[in-house]
Design a protein around this ligand. Structure first.
Ligand code: ADP
Ligand code: MG
Length: 444
């Protein structure tokens, strides 16, 4: 099947040609016809499988082929959990609108509110936004959504994790009319919170799922190294980095503090390294992502602020320096490599304090990992038994991280419960302006 087989406007086909894209991916093949038929849709497929175009193309087509419901209101709103992701989707959208008369803007947390109000007053057709900031503008009547035709929620589950349900509901209520269509996308769309919000926002949606989130991703080779403590993790990390067969590398840590500390260490070892965390201001965040995507640094160290959606085609290795709390996040993190058919490696360093999260990932993936080992860096640690208490005081890793982890480790046997106290507002700036102060428990 080719894109020309869909009923798409020639200008869109031209844009695709310019992008060098001619054959739809599986998710595009399945989702685009449903979306073009005007139906509500919940769609999931693995990371890097082209979900963005699966919603942008039908959105563009709908603009081109139907008359606007309102002259002034935006016709399409696309919501994303982080500013980086919104920026990336916005750039893809720009390529598609370039050939047309349509206006697209982005409305992100952390940028000038009044400037945004001005650009909203110019009646854009498309808005790409983070939900908190858009809801703020809505509350100020800087835009009206009575004429909204298409609402798209990308990485919908992450938006809920971040505590954006009230903003999504406010946006939905402002645009609650019969002719609105709603599309929801993610690589992981299978927990109950999602079903609740979907029941509220979507109208008898069709479900399209290409492969389950927990089926293995053939283009990503996954490795696991057990580690005794922080120093051991760092030694294994140095070894991995010294092998240097990778173009660019992303390293995920549990907390912002770890991000900075590790970045300093690696910079001292001579690696071109950038650290991205949610506590930087937006200018800094943009600059870091921009430089990294242009290849100016080899290594990006970050937290889950960058686990979702970012499409960085030169990343061939993802390292979990710490395991993520939520198993879905593992899928999103490793999905920063192996995109659009290229191959990648994912390495997880599992120490005693990662063990429960690691077990949860194995359970989520229905997979038992084979362990890798460097002969001269063999671990003594071989996993924890069922008694979770033993994590305490098992190693220096636990001690060194005590402050930031002891509260998170409470329910060690159960899969981590989604607790907004840990998550809301984490990807700083995407949350509403009047956000409650962060709890000291929060990290990224
Ligand atoms: P996802 O949202 O599923 O993680 P993206 O939409 O970010 O994936 O797409 C991943 C990459 O694949 C992007 O670089 C995109 O340009 C590319 N891509 C998308 N659709 C196609 C296609 N049909 N053929 C080739 N490459 C594609
Ligand atoms: Mg995506």
């Amino acid at each position: 099947m080719l894109f020309t087989d869909f009923q798409l406007d020639n200008r869109l086909l031209q844009s695709l040609k310019h992008m060098g894209i001619d054959t739809p991916t599986d998710i595009q093949e399945q989702a685009i016809p449903v979306a073009l038929a005007g139906k509500d849709l919940m769609a999931s497929s693995k990371t890097g499988s082209g979900k963005t175009l699966a919603f942008l193309l039908p959105a563009m087509q709908r603009m081109i082929s139907t008359r606007a419901l309102s002259k002034r209101d935006p016709r399409v709103v696309i919501l994303l959990p982080t500013r980086e992701l919104a920026t990336q989707v916005y750039s893809q959208l720009r390529l598609l609108v370039a050939n047309t008369q349509y206006k697209a803007i982005k409305i992100l947390g952390g940028e000038n509110f009044n400037d945004q109000a001005k650009s909203l007053a110019r009646d854009p057709h498309f808005i790409v936004a983070t939900p908190g900031r858009l809801a703020d503008h809505l509350a100020q009547h800087h835009l009206h959504l009575n004429g909204l035709e298409l609402l798209i929620l990308d990485e919908a589950d992450r938006m809920l994790d971040l505590g954006f349900a009230p903003q999504l509901q406010a946006i939905h209520r402002a645009a609650d009319h019969k002719r609105r269509q709603t599309l929801m996308f993610s690589a992981t769309l299978d927990h109950t919170d999602i079903n609740n919000i979907a029941a509220e926002l979507l109208n008898s949606p069709e479900h399209v799922a290409v492969g389950a989130a927990n089926t293995s991703h053939a283009d990503i080779t996954q490795h696991v190294y057990l580690c005794d403590h922080l120093d051991h993790k760092e030694a294994v990390l140095s070894r991995l980095l010294s092998q240097d067969e990778h173009k660019q590398i992303i390293i995920f840590t549990a907390t912002r503090q770890d991000t900075g500390r590790l970045a300093d260490k690696l910079a001292k070892q001579g690696f071109k390294t950038a650290a991205l965390s949610g506590d930087l201001n937006q200018g800094q965040r943009n600059q870091i992502m921009d430089q990294f995507s242009r290849g100016l640094q080899k290594i990006l160290i970050t937290t889950d602020v960058a686990s979702r959606g970012l499409d960085l085609l030169n990343v061939s290795l993802v390292i979990n320096f710490d395991m993520p709390k939520f198993s879905e996040e593992y899928v999103h993190r490793i999905g920063r490599t192996g995109r659009a058919g290229s191959k990648g490696d994912a390495v997880s360093l599992v120490g005693p304090k990662d063990w429960r999260n690691f077990e949860n990932v194995q359970q989520f993936l229905h997979k038992t990992f084979t362990l890798s080992v460097f002969d001269d860096l063999k671990p003594k640690f071989s996993g924890l038994k069922d008694k979770p208490k033993r994590t305490k005081n098992t190693s220096s890793t636990v001690k060194k991280h005590k402050k930031t982890t002891n509260n998170k480790q409470k329910s060690k046997n159960a899969p981590a419960k989604r607790d907004k106290r840990f998550l809301s507002g984490v990807d700083v700036g995407d949350a509403p302006m009047l956000r409650k102060p962060k709890s000291p428990l929060q990290d990224e």
